[in-house]
Design a protein around this ligand. Structure first.
Ligand code: BG6
Ligand code: MG
Length: 217
């Protein structure tokens, strides 16, 4: 039985995936990498420095920048992203997610955050959602980011639950791979997540009743 839920943030709880894409698009243009829908999708869930490496590689620029230059590019992206998220309010919670969090809390489920974003605590505060979560995995302490299972395994630890009692919610292929690798139930949101055990087309479909129906319970 599922007793806890590990949430991705960007694109699952908050409508911020578009802001990450907007800021990375600027970086891609600056380094001379063509911005494509495939690159945009592949970057979802991927840490800041890994994202930059993927953007450089996509344009064949992986050897053109020193570490210091890469750090400056990543810092500039985060500054641009920071300006975009400063406008967030509870109105930017994705459809259905406030109700789902309330439903889980009322049902006595545990909730933890498994976001790759170092901006996550700030975003939860902007959205007024901090108190729902028993813990937030700090991505700075990970050995490997998504698609590695570590972040979702850590979320289960935070909730004090074995992996088979945890469901993870994700909008990225890298995140679904991480959940599956951790031995948890993967719930994919969006239409590009063939590896997810349960799939919802958008956040508005996410509820305990729809989850039970999808699992045939
Ligand atoms: C993930 C996003 O949640 O966090 C990625 O899907 C982003 O797009 C990653 O790169 C890291 O975020 P941040 O805020 O630490 O740069
Ligand atoms: Mg996401």
């Amino acid at each position: 039985d599922i007793k806890g839920f590990a949430f991705d943030l960007d694109g699952v709880i908050a409508d911020t995936a578009k802001f990450h894409s907007q800021a990375w698009h600027q970086t891609a243009t600056k380094v001379g990498t063509e911005w494509t829908p495939e690159l945009q999708e592949a970057l979802k869930g991927v840490s800041r420095m890994d994202s930059l490496e993927m953007i450089l590689k996509a344009g064949g620029h992986e050897n053109d920048y020193s570490l210091a230059e890469k750090e400056a590019l990543a810092a500039e992206k985060n500054d641009n992203y920071g300006k975009l998220i400063a406008t967030l309010t509870p109105a930017d919670i994705l459809p259905g997610m406030q109700a789902f969090l309330d439903e889980l809390r009322a049902g006595g489920y545990q909730m933890a955050l498994a976001s790759a974003s170092k901006n996550a605590p700030k975003i939860l505060k902007y959205l007024g959602l901090t108190d729902y979560f028993v813990g937030i995995v700090d991505p700075a302490t990970l050995h490997a980011g998504k698609p590695d299972p570590e972040i979702f395994a850590r979320a289960a630890e935070v909730m004090n639950l074995p992996a088979d009692q945890v469901a993870g919610l994700e909008d990225s292929a890298a995140g679904i791979q991480s959940i599956n690798g951790a031995g948890e139930l993967s719930i994919g949101i969006g239409d590009q997540l063939s590896a997810a055990t349960v799939k919802f087309t958008d956040t508005a479909q996410v509820s305990l009743a729809n989850l039970r129906a999808a699992l045939g319970e």
